[in-house]
Design a protein around this ligand. Structure first.
Ligand code: HEM
Length: 325
């Protein structure tokens, strides 16, 4: 009797196992077909193409806690690569070469702006803190600019010249320099804004006249100017605004994905590199004026003192104000 019951139990278990294994035995296609009859697989979901068109990316949910890994397809990445590998090096290369050639041509054709007369009497133009601020910003900017240029052009032009080993070591140090000198640069920009903003607000009747006269460069005159002329004010505001943009985007790049996803990081990199190269072009022009382009200008940031005759010629309203004080 017990024997018979055991046989019936064994038969029931075998039938149950066979039913459970049926989909597996018919293979995946068989399983899908069976499933297709039960539910419509597209009813509750979105077509990948529609989603790509609508969102510009394909993003899903993963058990992985890192949300950027959930971006499965991102066509903007291809546009970004074209920008990074083609538009950026060409655009930046042409811009920098054009500025250097233009200034070289102006120097060869016109020569430096002459210091008309020398009085032998000095006047303090920038105090120690102003000069410290300027050189802190300038030195860190120049190293940031060179290491930034290496990011874009180094592999193409420097590596074939010095070999991969030397280029690797140089680029590694360049990367450290870029990461760490960003901080003194940001501090320098902040100090510059604090110490010079009061002298850089536009002045009615003075700045526009200076700009209309082209700074007197073409007819060798000296239009009136306060502590900073209109050209210098433009440089100041550029340094302040572009400095802030470079700082914010730079911090985003230093701490990747802290605030943005993949798209946001690409846009951040585009803004950082475009503004960076425009900044370099503006500063090449600034360095030219402060050294080769204008006699007597460098002293203002070197020793801090300039000849009174030079100051009267270039910043007459400022000299009057200083003397009144
Ligand atoms: C070797 C590099 C540089 C040299 C030789 C240089 C030279 C000078 C000189 C001579 C002045 C005083 C002009 C005057 O007396 O009115 C000056 C001012 C100034 N510099 Fe520089 N500079 C250099 C780099 C930089 C950099 C990298 C920045 C910013 C990123 C900068 C920002 C400024 C600003 C905002 C002023 C005040 C406005 C102006 O004069 O245009 N400089 N610089």
């Amino acid at each position: 009797m017990t024997h018979g019951l055991n046989r019936i139990r064994a038969l029931v278990v075998m039938i149950a196992l066979a039913v459970a294994c049926l989909p597996a035995m018919t293979g995946p296609a068989g399983a899908q077909e069976a499933g297709a009859q039960a539910v419509n697989p597209t009813a509750m979901s979105v077509q990948a193409d529609d989603l790509l068109q609508q969102e510009g990316k394909l993003q899903g949910y993963l058990a992985q806690p890192d949300p950027k890994l959930a971006v499965l397809e991102q066509p903007q990445g291809r546009q970004w690569r074209v920008f990074h590998e083609s538009w950026l090096p060409w655009g930046a290369g042409i811009l920098i070469l054009a500025v250097v050639l233009l200034l070289g041509g102006v120097y060869l054709v016109k020569g430096p702006i002459q210091a008309d007369e020398v009085s032998g009497i000095k006047i303090l133009r920038f105090n120690v803190f102003e000069r410290f601020t300027h050189w802190l910003t300038a030195v860190s900017f120049i190293i940031l600019a060179l290491s930034g240029i290496n990011y874009i052009f180094g592999k193409r032009y420097l590596m074939p010249l010095i070999g991969p080993d030397a280029f690797g070591t140089l680029s590694q140090w360049g990367k450290y320099a870029h990461n760490y000198l960003a901080w003194p640069f940001m501090l320098g920009v902040l100090f510059m804004i604090v110490v010079w903003v009061k002298d850089n607000f536009p002045k009615r009747g003075v700045d526009w006249a200076w700009l209309k006269a082209g700074g007197g460069v073409f007819n060798n005159t000296h239009p009136s100017a306060g502590r900073f002329n209109a050209g210098q004010k433009l440089i100041f505001w550029w340094v302040a605004l572009a400095g802030i943009v470079m700082s914010v985007t730079g911090i985003m790049l230093l701490f990747p994905f802290a605030a943005f996803g993949v798209n946001g990081m690409q846009i951040t990199q585009v803004v950082h590199s475009v503004v960076g190269f425009l900044f370099i072009a503006v500063i090449i022009f600034h360095i030219y004026i402060g050294t080769l382009g204008m006699e007597g200008a460098y002293d203002a940031m070197g020793s801090g003192e300039v000849d009174v005759a030079w100051a009267r010629a270039h910043h007459d309203l400022w000299v009057e104000e200083q003397l009144r004080r």
